[in-house]
Design a protein around this ligand. Structure first.
Ligand code: MG
Length: 233
């Protein structure tokens, strides 16, 4: 069971740092994991450290920063090779954010996210600035347009590659994967899960997608997980 976090298990907040998992969600994930012999994994755009903060005190196998950081069930790391985001580029983004109130900049493992959730009128300005940054940092990076966020991230990893990595380790190996996610960056995950004969589930508004199943919102995901796994414990 591979689960995206924001927009899948938890609703968005204005500031990503305000998101925190409630006890009922943490308990439910713990029970679900137990029912699947530990084969439950979080696949997030957040850094590993930030995922752990959201789910404190629980620690799950996790792919952070879209798969730049991979923590296996036994705590070992299986990160892909690192591509550092140039410090000079990050400083330019800091200056841009300082000049535009409402924007939030997040430093990621090998990249940077520019959130405009509190300043949606700045979408075009943010897009343009991030395109400029992308051409500066070169072709080892790509630009992802998420929900009210633009993110520059290395080409060496994505959520699909992260799922494929987990599928080579116990207790995931040889099992049928399920991946639930809501965002454009989750499409890589849907593709990999489909290739493994698994179950791909899109959350939220219907759109063109690789996912083969659909749940309307976070509440529906949680109800589905609860009804699927809690009864088995
Ligand atoms: Mg999401």
């Amino acid at each position: 069971m591979f689960l995206d976090v924001d927009g899948t298990l938890l609703d968005f907040r204005e500031h990503p740092g305000d998101v925190i998992a409630d006890h009922s969600l943490i308990d439910m994930l713990g029970h679900s994991s137990k029912a699947m012999s530990g084969a439950l994994c979080l696949i997030s755009g957040r850094s590993l450290e930030d995922v752990d903060r959201v789910f404190t005190p629980a620690i799950f196998p996790t792919a952070g920063a879209h798969g730049a950081e991979i923590r296996l069930p036994d705590g070992r790391r299986a990160d892909p090779p690192e591509v550092p985001f140039p410090e000079s580029a990050f400083e330019k983004l800091v200056a841009f954010v300082d000049a535009h109130p409402g924007l939030v900049l997040e430093k990621k493992h090998g990249g940077a996210s520019l959130h405009y959730r509190r300043a949606p009128q700045l979408a075009d300005a943010c897009r343009q600035r991030m395109h400029e940054m992308l051409s500066e940092v070169g072709d080892r990076f790509r630009l992802i347009a998420g929900k009210l966020v633009f993110e520059i991230t290395p080409n060496t990893h994505d959520k699909g590659k992260a799922i494929a990595t987990f599928m080579t380790y116990e207790p995931f190996e040889g099992r049928r994967p399920v991946f639930i996610g809501d965002d454009i960056t989750d499409e890589d995950g849907f593709r990999i899960v489909n290739e493994h004969g698994g179950v791909s589930v899109l959350v939220g508004e219907r759109r063109e997608t690789e996912a083969r199943f659909y749940l309307p919102n976070v509440a529906a995901v949680r109800t589905w997980l609860r009804s699927s796994f809690i009864a088995q414990v």
